[in-house]
Design a protein around this ligand. Structure first.
Ligand code: FMN
Length: 388
């Protein structure tokens, strides 16, 4: 029997049934692609990837253990490796630097705390319970934002012999050999051809080319022109498409562009297993294709999020954003108040332009089944119209 076009090289590489990868997603308050979502995707025939961005090694270790207890199928771990972060440093240390490094930003933040009304509110009961009375900013004081952390994170991945490592940002080149020696395949997420060539030369196993439509950090180039150009530039290294893919039509389109599969974020963030805040999920259900914007306000790097009051006020102020990680640390006083009151109009809702397609909560298994059924339908229609 002929092999289905959906049984791609990606399925062979990772020993999975469908060429669908759950993007490793982390949020401002913790992982979104946590063990339950990752296991649900892997158990449904895709590849789940844990979102461990800037996560402490101990927490990563716990997440990996939990995931292993929920699935016997392959899964991955995603971290980011931005080149510009310093060798060492915690939130508390960077906070001390901010008064000299980001005075203009510091003043704007103080003004916005008042203008956005996040200054003197009582915490919601659920928040009091979860934080034991500590502000988000205080809780983050020990958090490391450094290249030193990246090495520690990779050590945890090596120790657990996780089947797949994905670098969501930056160049995993220096770690490729070591990861391979431990049996871990390496994915690199890129937004342009130059970066794709560089990581292909470094020997990564798979490149995710992520377009402008994507939620979270993304590229200046749209997915449609990006994929074929990356595919041509790095052949024979396989390429997976990301950005703006949320159903079977998108999956078939990605394969038509030369990709061996898809890496999806937005379509999974409202799933029942996702750890995205419940009130931010409501933003998604209300959203349309026109409700996102690309901004550096939350991380210092270009990120697609839903339009909201904070992005609007900061952009109007004309004050430049700080580089990663200082920008995220500079806005902590606003985030403190916003989290205290579950302010869905201030906390970032990273999401891509497929937003308008998501109207109800589904399980991860349903998302995958719908995508596969939709793709099979499109493929059947295409072959029928060709025969007619
Ligand atoms: C809520 C959210 C959080 C994200 N967090 C991360 C992250 O921590 N690391 C990462 O590599 N990519 C992250 N991304 C980007 C995704 O990995 C992925 O490339 C993107 O979602 C694909 O486009 P789509 O949103 O149109 O599916 C995030 C995306 C979203 C929507």
């Amino acid at each position: 029997m002929a092999r289905s076009p959906l049984q791609t090289k990606l399925c062979d590489m990772f020993d999975i049934q469908y060429p669908i990868i759950l993007a490793g997603m982390g949020g401002i308050s913790g992982p979104i692609s946590g063990p339950e979502l990752v296991a649900a995707v892997s158990n449904a025939g895709g590849l789940g990837v844990l979102g461990c961005v800037f996560m402490a090694p101990q927490e990563m270790d716990e997440m990996i253990r939990k995931t292993k207890s929920l699935t016997d199928m392959p899964f991955g771990v995603d971290t980011v490796l931005p080149a510009e972060v310093p060798e060492k440093g915690t939130t508390a240390e960077f906070k001390a630097d901010l008064s000299s490094l980001g005075q203009e930003q510091d003043e704007l933040v103080k003004r916005l705390v008042v203008e956005l009304g996040v200054d003197k509110s009582e915490p919601a009961d659920s928040v009091k319970e979860a934080t034991a009375g500590h502000s988000m900013s205080e809780q983050a004081d020990d958090k490391a934002w450094s290249a030193d952390l990246f090495n520690q994170q990779i050590e945890v991945i090596l120790e657990h012999r996780v089947p797949v490592y994905a670098a969501g940002l930056g160049d995993p080149g220096p770690w490729v050999d070591k990861l391979h020696q431990h049996g871990t395949k390496v994915i690199s997420v890129v937004g342009h051809v130059r970066a794709a060539r560089k990581v292909a030369q470094a020997g990564v196993d798979l490149i995710v080319a992520q377009g402008h439509e994507a939620g979270g950090h993304n590229s200046r180039i749209a997915t449609m022109p990006l994929i074929p150009q990356v595919v041509d530039a790095v052949s024979p290294t396989p390429v997976v498409a990301a950005g703006g893919i949320g159903d079977g039509r998108g999956l078939v389109a990605a394969l038509a562009l030369g990709a061996v599969g898809v890496w999806c974020g937005t379509i999974f963030i409202t799933t029942k297993e996702s750890l995205f805040e419940h009130y931010l999920k409501q933003n998604i259900f209300r959203g349309t294709e026109d409700d996102t914007v690309v901004t550096k306000v939350y991380s210092g790097k270009r990120m697609r999020v839903m339009k909201n009051a904070l992005v609007d006020a900061w952009e109007k102020s004309g004050v430049p954003t700080l580089p990663m990680p200082l920008q995220s640390i500079s806005i902590l006083p606003i985030m403190d108040g916003a989290f205290r009151n579950e302010r869905a109009d201030i906390i970032p809702t990273p999401a891509g332009q497929i937003l308008g397609m998501i109207k109800e909560p589904k399980t991860a298994k349903q998302v995958i089944e719908d995508m596969v059924d939709g793709a099979e339908k499109v493929l059947a229609e295409l072959s029928t119209s060709k025969a007619a």
